[in-house]
Design a protein around this ligand. Structure first.
Ligand code: TRP
Length: 331
C-alpha cells in the first residue's frame, strides 16, 4: 500500500511563482508516488479573514490555481476543510490530549505575544482562540486522514511535530495505535525562490511575480527585477544574478548553459537578460494561465470538483473518528 501524503493549502489570493516552485510543484510531484490528500484550509483562514466575499473569492482562486498547475482531482483527494465536519469532532477529542503549555510554545502564538509585549500591549491582544488552538485543528487535519507524510515549508515543521506528539499521547493512553503518527516532509532550501528585490519571494515583501497575470503584466513585472549598474559590454556573473536564478526555474539545462555563457562573454545588457527570462517564464506559465482563466470562468464546475473530493474524504474521516470514539469509550 502507498503511504499517504497530505497537505493543507492556506487560501491566499494571488499565487506567485514562489508558491508554485516552493510548494505547489513539489506537492504535485509527491502526488505521483503517494496516495495524496490536499485540502483548502478555509477554517484556518477564518482566524484572520473576516470578510466573507474576500474569503469566498480567495478559496476559489487558490483551488483553481492548484488545478491549473496540474492537480488531478481523479488522482488526488481534493476538498475544502469545511466540507469535512469530522475534523471538528476530532479537534475536540485531541484537545483533551493537548497540554496548554504546548500551545503556549507554538511559534506563531509566541511571536504575537512577543510583538504585543514589545509594543506595551496586553500580551494576548489580537489573539483569538482559533489562532491559539491553530496547531490542534492542524493536527486534526493531518491525523484524520491517516497521513504518513506532510509536505510543508520549514515554518510549519513545529506544527507537524506537535501533531505527532498529540497522536502519540493518544496512543500511549490507550496502549494501542489508535492514530497514525505523521512526519514532516520538509521542502529544501533550493526551493526558495528569490523575489524581484533578491529577498525570498513573499507577498509580505511585495516582491512577487504573480502566476496568473496577463502576459503584458508578467513582462512588466519581470522588467522590475533589481539589477546592479553593470553596463552592456561588461561580462556578468550568472550565479549572483537574480534574473539568472529565476531563469533557471523555467529553462532547460542547455538553455541555462547558453545564457550563462552569454553573461560571461559580455555584450548582453540586463534588459536583454530580462527578455530571456520573460520568454522562458511566459512559455511555462501561458498554458497554466489559460487553464486558470477557464476554471475561474465556471465556478459551479469548480465547486463540484471540491464537493466530489469531500465525498471521497468523508468516509475516511469518519473511520478515524469512529476508531478514536471506540478507543475512548465515548460511544
Ligand atoms: N498551517 C499551514 C500553513 O500555514 C496550512 C495547513 C493547515 C496545513 N492545515 C494543514 C498544512 C495540515 C499541512 C497539513 O501553510
Amino acid at each position: 500500500m502507498k503511504e499517504i501524503s497530505l497537505t493543507g493549502i492556506k487560501p491566499t489570493g494571488d499565487l506567485h511563482i514562489g508558491n508554485y516552485f516552493g510548494a505547489i510543484k513539489p506537492a504535485l510531484e509527491l502526488a505521483k508516488t503517494y496516495d495524496a490528500r490536499y485540502f483548502i484550509a478555509d477554517y484556518h483562514a477564518l482566524n484572520t479573514m473576516k470578510d466573507p466575499a474576500e474569503l469566498n473569492t480567495t478559496i476559489r482562486q487558490v483551488a483553481a490555481g492548484w488545478l491549473a498547475a496540474g492537480l488531478d482531482p481523479e488522482q488526488v483527494i481534493f476538498y475544502r476543510q469545511s466540507s469535512v465536519p469530522e475534523v471538528f469532532e476530532l479537534t475536540t477529542m485531541l484537545m483533551a490530549f493537548t497540554a496548554k503549555g504546548l500551545m503556549n510554545r507554538a511559534h506563531a502564538y509566541k511571536a504575537m505575544v512577543q510583538d504585543n509585549t514589545e509594543k506595551g500591549n496586553d500580551p494576548d491582544a489580537g489573539v483569538n482562540m482559533g489562532l491559539f488552538t491553530y496547531p490542534i485543528l492542524m493536527a486534526a487535519d493531518i491525523i484524520l486522514f491517516d497521513s504518513d507524510i506532510v509536505p510543508v515549508g520549514k515554518d510549519q515543521v513545529q506544527h507537524i511535530e506537535m501533531a505527532a506528539d498529540i497522536a502519540q499521547s493518544v496512543n500511549a493512553n490507550y496502549g494501542k495505535p489508535v492514530l497514525k503518527i505523521p512526519r514532516a516532509g520538509v521542502q529544501d532550501d533550493s526551493a526558495i525562490v528569490p523575489g524581484l528585490d533578491g529577498r525570498k519571494m513573499s507577498k509580505s515583501y511585495n516582491n512577487t511575480i504573480p502566476l496568473f497575470v496577463p502576459e503584458k503584466t508578467l513582462r512588466k513585472t519581470i522588467m522590475r527585477v533589481v539589477t546592479n549598474s553593470q553596463g552592456v559590454e561588461e561580462p556578468k556573473d550568472p550565479d549572483s544574478s537574480q534574473i539568472f536564478l529565476l531563469y533557471k526555474l523555467f529553462a532547460s539545462a542547455e538553455e541555462q548553459a547558453a545564457l550563462a555563457s552569454r553573461y560571461r562573454a559580455g555584450g548582453m545588457g540586463w534588459g536583454e537578460a530580462k527578455e530571456e527570462l520573460f520568454r522562458a517564464a511566459n512559455r511555462e506559465l501561458t498554458p497554466m494561465r489559460e487553464r486558470y482563466d477557464a476554471i475561474m470562468a465556471d465556478i459551479p464546475a469548480l465547486d463540484k470538483i471540491l464537493a466530489q473530493g469531500a465525498e471521497k474524504a468523508r468516509p475516511i474521516a469518519a473511520a478515524t473518528v469512529t476508531r478514536f470514539r471506540k478507543a475512548a469509550g465515548v460511544q
